[in-house]
Design a protein around this ligand. Structure first.
Ligand code: ADP
Ligand code: MG
Length: 386
């Protein structure tokens, strides 16, 4: 094992690139442990910027903004994977940065990500790179159909994807996605989806949250359910081992989310990674004794990592902007008081002024002593939300 980084103790300043809800929850965790925080995000109303001690309102590649971040911070992390890897590399010359640019670069590119899975010996969907019109008509690629064509870079929440059934459809979809480098994946028969949040320290020590079971709607995470028996124990073990080997293979420092498919028949296949806390780990704020955001603070600051313990069964419901429009076209306030009257509900709103359809405005975590009770209260909450 490598020696652990010297701990940065409370009183130090931790910086984050990106000011969305993930940055906001990182800031909350850091501040509650006595750190000062700095957020770099151009949006003056960014959810994290509004709650941070410092908010640098510049673009991610603005020299002055980055210089100010270095000046303010003892260590810097990121809340999204699309920050240019060169920016992280440049910051790392001057300050502790985690995760490292090289690991983020892998997560930024589906092709590099798949190559990493293959290197780690973790099975992923059969796939091929599609980078030219010739690739679209290659007879070998017919074996991957029906499939999903995904842009190699910049896709999220199901965006930058198209389902294709024939080679001509593949060619049309590739053009429609802008003719950029893409990955064609075979469409797999999913039983369900799950994910694992791993935190890895600079000394290589790994801890993890329990595997989460996830339900997506229209490509966006809708519901996460977590309890000790939410999947067969052998599968759970396999997912944990795969997630840890993927983190080890990247010499990763920080919080990493690994998303998996469980196929009909029970086979586990890795889907993608996110080099940061993840929407599917939000339940940990209310159902674990250490949240994914506290783990992010601990890995960045070089503090000890203790294994998080799940103390309640949990169901997390994402609150999308659509909820503000369900009772007609005018924006209305969802029934917060009625939701909070249900047992074990925890409301998290991200401070975004404008609700929009598909926009993540917040989440609701329902905790209970048993999975049945959590599910029952979550069903009541879902009914109230319409
Ligand atoms: P994003 O970066 O948008 O989250 P994903 O690759 O995770 O992209 O795809 C979004 C969702 O689409 C997945 O959670 C899953 O429900 C579905 N999906 C993606 N790839 C496949 C596949 N190869 N087979 C079946 N379903 C898939
Ligand atoms: Mg995904």
């Amino acid at each position: 094992m490598k020696p652990a980084a010297t701990p940065l103790l409370p009183g130090a300043t931790l910086g984050v690139l990106g000011g969305g809800q993930l940055g906001r929850m990182f800031v909350h965790a850091a501040q509650s442990m006595g750190y000062y925080t700095a957020v770099l995000d151009p949006d003056p109303h960014s959810p994290a910027g509004r709650v941070s001690h410092h908010h640098i309102q510049t673009a991610y590649n603005d020299h002055e903004g980055l210089a100010r971040l270095v000046q303010l911070c003892d260590a810097i992390t990121t809340e999204f994977e699309n920050v240019p890897a060169q920016v992280l590399e440049a910051l790392a010359q001057r300050r502790r940065v985690a995760p490292a640019a090289a690991a983020v670069a892998v997560a930024q590119d589906r092709a590099a990500e798949k190559a990493h899975f293959v290197r780690c010996g973790v099975p992923c969907a059969p796939h091929a790179l599609i980078a030219s019109a010739q690739d679209c008509s290659a007879p070998a690629h017919a074996a991957l159909l029906p499939g999903i064509l995904k842009t190699a870079r910049l896709g999220y929440d199901g965006k930058g994807q198209a389902r294709v059934h024939t080679l001509p459809e593949l060619a049309a979809a590739w053009q429609a996605l802008g003719g950029v480098p893409c990955v064609l994946e075979q469409l797999l028969p999913l039983d369900f989806e799950c994910s694992v949040i791993v935190a890895r320290g600079s000394d290589g020590q790994c801890v993890h949250l329990p595997p989460q079971r996830n339900l997506h709607r229209d490509g966006i995470l809708a519901v996460t359910e977590v309890h000790a028996q939410n999947m067969p124990p052998a599968l759970m073990q396999q997912a944990l081992e795969a997630a840890i080997s993927i983190a080890n293979g990247l010499a990763y420092v920080g919080v990493l989310c690994v998303e998996f498919f469980v196929l009909q028949g029970g086979r586990l296949v890795v889907n993608e990674i996110a080099p940061r806390p993840h929407n599917s780990g939000h339940y940990s704020l209310d159902a674990c004794d250490v949240s994914q955001f506290e783990l992010q603070v601990r890995t960045l600051a070089g503090l000890p990592l203790t294994p998080p313990r799940l103390h309640s069964a949990a169901v997390m419901l994402n609150l999308l902007g659509d909820l503000w429009f369900t009772r007609g076209e005018a924006a209305q306030t969802p029934p917060w008081a009625a939701l909070l009257a249900l047992p074990g509900t925890h409301l998290h709103l991200y401070g975004k002024a404008q609700p929009r359809r598909g926009r993540k405005m917040g989440h609701l975590t329902v905790t209970a002593a048993t999975p049945e009770a959590a599910r029952a209260a979550a069903l009541q909450a879902a009914a109230l939300l319409g």
